[in-house]
Design a protein. Structure first.
Length: 218
């Protein structure tokens, strides 16, 4: 996720066009602006948000888990793509982020029954969620924060559902074979585990900070 390139920049490259193509509501823009002022929580780029909405719509999502809600921007995009009666479960270990997400959802008029915000880490919260019950699971933030729970994360997704991990192309280090820093190594391990999992059909989408997407097969 790039905090230094504003969305809807005047750039002429494909990435800038993809961001301009994605139409954010005023509430999304407000959530984005708030998120930039929170430490460590760069929000999804517009093109990534729009892709999350399309993926959620594609699986007819009624139930989605967002691991690392941040300030709620990704959640707003997911809710845009989900069914009208869909419920988003968003967890974050930072109360300030959760407060920002709650405000983002309230400002956008999201009915209270459509979003469950849970304080906690993946290790604390995921065991309380029902396995195989979710149409889509979206992981944000550092892979080391959820890589140990990857099997549990995959277990949440129903057959036919979608897994998304955001951020693996940030700074371009995953593609650099000489890069050995812990975060890059963790991304490679997550990507390899997803690619090698027989029940998953996976791809990397080079938009924004990069999306690792996978569809769960029987
Ligand atoms: C990059 S932000 C997500 C932004 C979000 N995708 C959006 O566009 O609104 C990552 C979030 O993960 C949360 N996070 C990081 N490590 C965590 C952990 N171990 N447990 C729970 N949340 C964590 C951070 O607090 C942060 O809010």
């Amino acid at each position: 996720m790039s905090a230094d390139r504003p969305p809807s920049s005047g750039g002429t490259d494909g990435a800038a066009y993809a961001d301009r193509f994605a139409t954010e509501s005023p509430e999304m823009t407000a959530a984005r602006n708030r998120a930039f002022h929170l430490p460590g929580s760069p929000p999804v780029e517009p093109a990534v948000g729009a892709t999350l909405a399309v993926l959620a719509a594609g699986v007819g999502a009624r139930s989605v888990v967002s691991i690392g809600s941040g300030g709620g921007l990704a959640g707003l995009w997911l809710l845009r793509g989900m069914r009208a009666d869909g419920v988003l479960t968003a967890l974050d270990g930072d109360p300030e982020q959760l407060r920002a997400a709650r405000k983002a959802f309230a400002d956008a008029g999201v009915a209270s029954g459509r979003a469950r915000l849970i304080f906690g880490t993946p290790a604390e919260v995921l065991p309380r969620l029902s396995s195989g019950a979710y149409d889509m699971v979206v992981c944000a933030g550092q892979p080391r924060e959820y890589s140990e729970q990857l099997a549990q994360v995959l277990g949440l997704v129903r057959v036919g559902g979608t897994l998304v991990c955001h951020g693996l192309l940030q700074d371009g280090r995953v593609a650099d074979r000489t890069a050995r820093d812990p975060q890059t190594v963790a991304w490679r391990e997550v990507a390899r585990a997803v690619r090698e999992e027989e029940t998953l059909l996976s791809a990397v989408l080079p938009i924004g900070a990069g999306l690792l997407v996978a569809s769960k097969r029987a």
